[in-house]
Each structure stands twice: as C-alpha cells, then as structure tokens.
Design a protein around this ligand. Structure first.
Ligand SMILES: NC(=O)CC[C@H](N)C(=O)O
Length: 377
C-alpha cells in the first residue's frame, strides 16, 4: 500500500491532504472538475486538459485499469489528477496496466484521498481555481506559492504547443467490440484537412469511418498551404487554453471561409470559428466538464445529452448577423453551436465525438459530410 503523502493547494488558500498515486513532484494548473462516471483514460489523454489539474467527481477511479486502445492522444496530457479513491484491484479483460502504474510510467503527478465533493463545491462557488499538486515532501507554503504563481489560462495560447510538429495521415477507424479499431473503408471520397490544436483521436476515427482521407496539419499551417492540399473540408479540432490569442488560426479560418471551404469546428475549433466571424469569447466561471450535459438543438427542438469539456465559450450576444446559434446548453443557457448562413461552416462547443460520453450528437459529423457532398466532393 502506497502511503507517499501528497497535497493539493488552491490559490484561495485551501489545502487538501492525500496520498500520491502518480510520480513524486510538483505540478501546477487550473483545477477543474469533471463529472463523467467513466472514461478517466480518455479524459487524461485529451489534450484539451493541458494546463489543468483534473478532479474527477466519481469516487472510484482506476477500477478498469488502462489499455492501449483508449488513448485519445499518445500520452496523458492533464497537468495532474485529483481523485477520491483508487481501488487496489482492477477488473477488466481489456486492462494491460493499473492507473497508478500508467501515471508513474508517464510522469504524471496525482493525488488520491481528497474529499472531491468538498473540492467540487468550492470550485462551483468560487469558480475554477489555480492550484498545485505536490507529491512526496509536502510543504504547504511551497505548494501555495506555486498555485498562486500559475498565470492562469486566460490569454494563454496552448494550442500551438499541443499541436503536432509535422503533418501526418490518420488511417484508423473507431473501436468496436471484437474488432478493435476498424480499418479505413475501401472507398474514401472526401479529403479532410484537420487542424490539430490538440486533437482527440476519436474525431479523426469518426471521419475515417465516414469515408474521409484525413491529413492532420500543425496549428500554425497557413490557409494557403491547406488549400494546396485540395481539401473537401477542414476540421478545426479541440484544444487547450484560451482561443483568443490564437490569431494565426483565426486568420487562417477567415481565409478558408472566404474560399468557401466546408469547415467543421469542435470545442476550441468552434470557439475559433466564432472568433473568425467577429464574435467574442469569454472565460466561464467553472466551465463544463462532464458526459451528461443536456443541449438543445435549436432547429429541431430535440434535447441531446452531450460530452463537454470547456472553460471558455462564445458570447451569443456578440454573434454577427450571418452566424446563427444552433445549440444551447440546458444547464446554463450558454451557446453550444453555431452555423454560418452564408458559408458552409458549422461548429459544436461540446464533444460530438464523445470518448468518453454519449453519441447523441454524432450527427454533427454527418452534417459535415453532407456539406462536403453538397460542394460536389
Ligand atoms: N475541449 C476543448 O477544445 C476546450 C477548448 C478551450 N480550451 C476551453 O477550455 O474552452
């Protein structure tokens, strides 16, 4: 039984003592809570969590271990993990290692034994806090100073750090029981160029399933270079940090819209599409992180349950005339989707690709395909 002490300190002075379940060391970031009951591996490997210390409200984390197929990127990306309890036994035929082994192998700082309900209530009341996990030699003053020394995500461009260094082709489809990751279909009529701002793999897999050849490009690729690849459509991926300082992406998106290339934005990509049209983004109090967020499709009136992970949002009041709202959160009324009325472009603030979470909003991928087909692809 591991009893290495660990400490979580928040900028407001709160201290949470627990035990280390990852490596010893110190890690700082914005502390956010995620309410998903499953999918801790997908959450940890979602690059949107770079710069964040993720608290999982579900109390038992690690029960099903970790496996190589559920990775949303090559390694954990969250700055740290905060949980209530890591059961000593794992149970899943898919598991190849335990969560603590995995965290240690990847050098992640994590703390267990925290009253995550108290922590979550605090974050809901005060808003997301900058924090620090210190594992090993615990020293409250050092942890507090580090928490307060973190600059905060507002104004931080992390997409250009989370992105790939080189372009690459993505070939793998979604995972199915008994099949593993599906092979790409024989016929792939659409060529999608995916801007990688810190992409989750499942977006790329869903496009492959739907007959797309997917070329992933770095975040700073100019629109002219993307156009040279002759895309039938462009995906703007999810990603960490604040969308506002990503001026290189906003400029590229403007040029792609001008060229009438079909564009599909997800999460950070949605925010960047909005900024490219002239809308404004805001930092939310504690954001949306979970797998059961109801959103309403404003066209059909239907309510769908979505996976969400964002701390910034587009301000609906700033949408220009040629941009219409398409989805709204039924938790807090915030904007969850937009479509341009004069260009083939749409976006969703939550995660239609799920992983983890429900697939109610998968239809957004089909609408992207429809846009490309309508353009003669
Ligand atoms: N999942 C994402 O793409 C997150 C977008 C952005 N970093 C936010 O926090 O709002």
């Amino acid at each position: 039984m591991n009893t290495t002490p660990a400490l979580l300190a928040l900028e407001d002075g709160s201290l949470f003592h627990g035990i280390a379940v990852g490596v010893q060391g110190l890690s700082v970031g914005e502390v956010v809570f995620n309410t998903a009951m499953t999918g801790y591996q997908e959450i940890l490997t979602d690059p949107s969590y770079s710069g964040q210390l993720v608290t999982l409200t579900y109390p038992h984390i690690g029960n099903t271990g970790v496996n190589p197929e559920d990775e949303e990127s090559p390694a954990p990306q969250a700055a740290g993990l905060v949980v209530r309890d890591v059961p000593p036994r794992i149970s899943s035929w898919r598991a190849t290692e335990s969560l603590p082994e995995y965290l240690q192998r990847h050098g992640v700082v994590a703390i267990a034994g925290v009253d995550t309900r108290r922590l979550t209530r605090l974050l809901r009341e005060k808003g997301a806090q900058n924090g620090c996990i210190l594992a090993g030699e615990v020293d409250a003053d050092r942890a507090l100073a580090a928490a307060r020394g973190f600059a905060g995500l507002k104004g931080m461009d992390l997409a250009s750090q989370a992105t790939t260094a080189q372009p690459y082709e993505w070939e793998e489809g979604t995972w199915a029981l008994g099949q593993g990751h599906r092979a790409a279909p024989e016929s792939r009529p659409y060529h999608v160029v995916a801007y990688d701002f810190g992409t989750k793999r499942n977006m790329l897999r869903l496009l492959v399933d739907r007959g797309c050849r997917v070329t992933v490009v770095p975040a700073r690729t100019p629109a002219a270079e993307v156009m040279e690849l002759k895309p039938d459509g462009v995906l703007l991926s999810n990603g960490p940090g604040d969308p506002e300082p990503c001026d290189y992406a906003i400029q590229a998106i403007r040029e792609l819209l001008e060229a009438r290339v079909p564009v599909f934005g997800i999460c950070l990509g949605h925010q960047l599409l909005g900024l490219a049209t002239g809308a404004r983004s805001v930092k939310m109090k504690f954001g949306h992180h979970g797998a059961n967020h109801p959103v309403q499709d404003l066209d059909s009136g239907r309510v769908m349950i979505s996976s969400q992970n964002h701390g910034f949002a587009l301000d609906e009041g700033t949408l220009p005339e040629h941009v219409r709202p398409t989805f709204r959160s039924l938790f807090d009324g915030t904007l969850q989707g937009i479509a341009l009325t004069d260009r083939p472009a749409l976006s969703f603030q939550g995660h239609p690709e799920a992983s983890p979470g429900p697939g109610d909003v998968l239809s957004q991928f089909d609408r992207f395909i429809d846009m490309m087909r309508a353009r003669g692809a």
